[in-house]
Each structure stands twice: as C-alpha cells, then as structure tokens.
Ligand binder design. Structure first.
Ligand code: ZN
Length: 510
C-alpha cells in the first residue's frame, strides 16, 4: 500500500479531494435545475413558463460547464496511477472510473451540437402536441427528420465499433450493446406473441368492476396507507399531483413522487406503486455517495426494474391483495362490495392487446416496446424512410398484437420520446421488466417467506434486501456489472417469460 501510494504521487489525496469538490458543485447545480423542473411540473402557474425556461437553461448550462471543465480533465489524468493503486470495488476507484466514462462522452460532443439537439427537441415537442391532437403526421415529419439527423450527427461523434444504435443506447443503459438487447427481445417475441394469442382464444375475464366511480379522496387515502406500509415516511418523501406521474429526488433523503388520479378507474394506485419503486431505489443509495455522480440509479433499465417490481411483482400479486383488497373494498363499497378477492386479482392481471403503450397490460406492453426498438434502428440507419413510418408502425401492430390502428394519433404519434429527440430510450422499459424478475427470483431465494410477509403487509424484509443488494451501490458499477453482482449472471429473459406463463396461465386457466 505504501509503495502504491508513493507511486501514485503524494498529491493524489489532495487531487482526489479537489475532484470531489468540483463534482459536488456540478451535482448541486444539476439538482437545482432539477428542482426548477420539478416545481414547473407540480406547482408553477402556467405564466411562469417562459422565464422558467431561461432559468433552467442557465442553471443546466452552469452544471454542464462545471462538469466538462479542463480542470476535471486534468485531475482525471493526474489520478490515473492513484486509480490503479486502488481496489476496483472501492468508492474512490468507482468514482474516478465513472466520472472518466461520463467526462469522455461529454467532451466528444461539441457544445453547439448539444445545444441544437436540445433546441430541436423542444421545438419537435411543441409541434408534436398539435400534430397529435390533429392526427397530422405530415406536419410533424420535418421535425422528426431533423431529430433523427441530429442523432446521426451525435453518433458520428463516437465512431462506434459495432452498431450506430449502441451510441444512443449507451446514454440510457451504459455499456449495454444493441446486439444483447436484440437477443433478449427476439426471445420475448418468440415466447410472448403465442402467449398473447392463447390468451385471446381463452375465455375472457370480467373486469368491468375496475371501471366506474372511485372517488379521488378514497383513492388518495388508500394509496397513502399502501405507501406507508411500503416504507414512505414524511421525513424524507412527498407526493404531488401531475399530468404525467414521475419520481425525482433533490437528494438521497428528499424523494418526490407524483401521481395522477382519475375518478373512473384505479390506474393511479398502480402508478403510485410504480413511482414508489423509483423513489425507493434513490432512497436506498449509500449516503456516502451523496453529492457525487454516483448518487443515482445506475441506468433506466435497472431503475425500471425497481418500479416494475413494486407495481407488478408486489402490486399485482395475490399476496398483496390478500392484505389490501379488504381495505380497498371498504373504501369503495358500492363499486367493489360484491367482488371476491380472487376475481379482483384476476381483473388487475387481465390481458388485452390495445393501441396505447402506457395503458398496456404487463404482457402486451413488451410488444409495444419491441416494435419501437425495431423501428428506431431502421429510422437511424435510413432503411426506413421516415415518411413511411405510419405504415411500418401499423403493420407491426397487426403482426405482434393483432390489432388495426385507426388513427395515427393512437399510432406512431402517441409518444413524446421521438418528438423530444430521444432515440434509444424505449428498450429500457422492457429491459426493466426482464431484470425485475431476475432480481425477484434472487430475493425470493434469500427470503423464502416474502409472500407471507407481503400478505401480512410487512414489506421491510424485501425493502432491506433491495437496499443491501441492489440500491446501495448507485452508479459505482456499470448496469451489466450491477446486475451480475445481484443475480450472478447477465440479463436473461428466461425467468420473466416463465413468470408470465405461470401467472397468466393460472389467471386464464390455460
Ligand atoms: Zn418508470
């Protein structure tokens, strides 16, 4: 150790402290920008929007400049020997390694291109809102073309060894390759399309009790009770209403969830459990990582695995509803008084191919993602002319889900991602589904009583297990390594497919 320290240079601890300080300031500024955005989506009166856009732009630019500074680059160079003298798993080595990964990516992209991507995305977003409302793909097309062109320029900054799409995917799922995702999705398609067809041929479930009248005050009270049981506490968490539910955190001890209520269904109960899963991930990160770029979830896929776990593996399980259905029935006696637990459980797990991704059930959801993943690669490579996107979309909806798309607004114009310039984001949703079950199987092996615990409303063992095995390390390792450390292997769709077959086979009597 003493020799290693000498070799690394006596100044290394000082240089590391300076790096930490600069990073802490960049992280602080990033969180301030995030807080401005959170406020915009939850509390700001609409007329505040123009000034808020300027404020956000200024603070985000300061955060970015601080991060890509020459001084950080020099420190990363000077710390190379120090880094190799450290244990790879140490906090210090992880910080230097992760920051170098981010820094090298940031520095490859000219500031002018980044600014143009942001600007074109904002413009695309506003045009898309109107185009979708008017089902007018032609009006949106030039903006989509611009976004795709800019993504190609972005890819060109990196000179990828294998596939261009790898570059875009890396922003959301660092280190993961398109070929790996393709292999996972081919397997899903092969196994899930026949399962969807078999369910379509089976006797359909009566889930009509899930639509009707659920007064919002009752929904809020019920969700509060669930959240408290899950581990939400008012010292560190809050929940607000927004148009699109999301989770964000100002620090590891300041977790903000949002949800949205509709009187006619119980959608928000599941949306709230989903966002809790995102919040719990951030809450479980080791406090020693606070104010560093390591203090967040490692990737969108891993993050989504945590939200899906609480929404689906917990929130749509018979164990969960054994504990909570009596409370829900007491809350909405007119709507649910005559419904049996088992029928309710089957109802919340019913499968029906539909047009809209965000309203899709647990099974068909993946086909919505696979379709987008395939189209994105074709759009990026140019093998699909963007003018032909609606036809290509509709053909795949028919092939994978067996449904016709009556209107482009409910077809390729339904999502905001491409309008905002985000290509490569969609696959992370289904990766999250796949990973959620791999992790769940590990948790179940360590906690053989987890279902009994859930049926008693005791979520502490699962929560603690997730903190210890998944959440604690934040971004210390790449997503693939993080998963490997938890489940002992790479991403594998097998457990997810088996879970869907088993659960839905029982629900539908297949
Ligand atoms: Zn999510």
């Amino acid at each position: 150790m003493a020799t290693a320290e000498r070799a690394a240079g006596a100044r290394a601890p000082e240089q590391f402290a300076r790096l930490r300080q600069l990073l802490a300031e960049a992280v602080d500024l990033g969180k301030v920008a995030g807080l401005l955005a959170w406020d915009q989506r939850t509390h700001m009166p609409p007329a505040g929007a123009p000034a808020r856009a300027e404020q956000l732009g200024t603070v985000a630019r300061l955060a970015h400049e601080r991060f890509v500074s020459d001084e950080i680059g020099e420190l990363l160079e000077e710390l190379r020997d120090y880094e190799s003298s450290l244990e790879r798993e140490s906090y210090e080595a992880s910080l230097i390694r992760t920051v170098r990964y981010d820094y090298e990516k940031e520095r490859r992209v000219p500031a002018a291109l980044r600014a143009e991507i942001t600007r074109a995305g904002a413009l695309g977003q506003s045009v898309w809102e109107k185009a979708r409302a008017e089902s007018d793909f032609a009006a949106f097309l030039p903006y989509l073309e611009r976004n795709v062109e800019l993504q190609r320029e972005y890819v060109a900054c990196f000179d990828p060894a294998d596939e261009d799409y790898d570059v875009l995917l890396d922003d959301y799922e660092p280190g993961t390759k398109t070929a790996e995702v393709r292999a996972v999705f081919e397997r899903l398609k092969e196994d899930l399309v026949p399962l969807i067809e078999a369910i379509g041929d089976a006797e359909q479930l009566d889930d009509s009790f899930l639509r009707g009248s659920f007064p919002i005050a009752g929904q809020r009270a019920f969700e509060h009770e669930v959240l408290i049981a899950f581990g939400f506490d008012e010292e560190s968490w809050r929940i607000d209403e927004t148009v699109h539910p999301f989770a964000w955190n100002a620090s590891l001890a300041d977790i903000r969830l949002t949800t949205r209520h509709r009187e006619e269904d119980l959608h928000s109960v599941f949306a709230t459990m989903h966002e809790f899963g995102h919040g719990l991930y951030e809450r479980g990160i080791d406090a020693a990582l606070e104010r560093t770029p390591l203090a967040r979830g490692v990737s969108l896929g891993l993050h989504e695995s945590q939200s899906r776990m609480w929404e689906n593996l917990v929130g749509r399980s018979l164990a969960f509803w054994t504990r909570f259905f009596p409370r829900l029935r007491e809350t909405f006696p007119e709507q649910l008084g005559g419904v049996a637990l088992e029928d309710f459980y089957r109802g919340v797990n019913s499968v029906e191919p539909s047009l809209i991704r965000i309203e899709a059930d647990e099974l068909t959801y993946n086909l919505h993602i696979i379709l987008r993943f395939e189209l994105e690669q074709e759009m990026l490579s140019g093998s699909l002319a963007l003018a032909d996107l609606p036809d290509a979309w509709d053909a795949r909806m028919k092939a994978y889900l067996g449904i016709d798309v009556p209107d482009v607004a409910d077809g390729c114009l339904q999502d905001t991602h491409w309008a905002g310039g985000a290509i490569g984001y969609f696959p992370t949703y289904s990766l999250g589904n796949v990973i959620s079950v791999q992790i769940w199987e590990r948790a179940r092996a360590d906690l053989p009583d987890v279902e009994e615990q859930i049926a008693r409303g005791d979520f502490a063992p699962l929560r603690e297990w997730l903190r210890e095995h998944v959440h604690r390390t934040g971004r210390m390792f790449l997503p693939g390594e993080t998963l490997e450390r938890v489940v002992g292997g790479p991403i594998d769709p097998g457990p997810y497919v088996a879970y869907l077959r088993q659960k839905l086979g029982a629900v539908y009597g297949l």
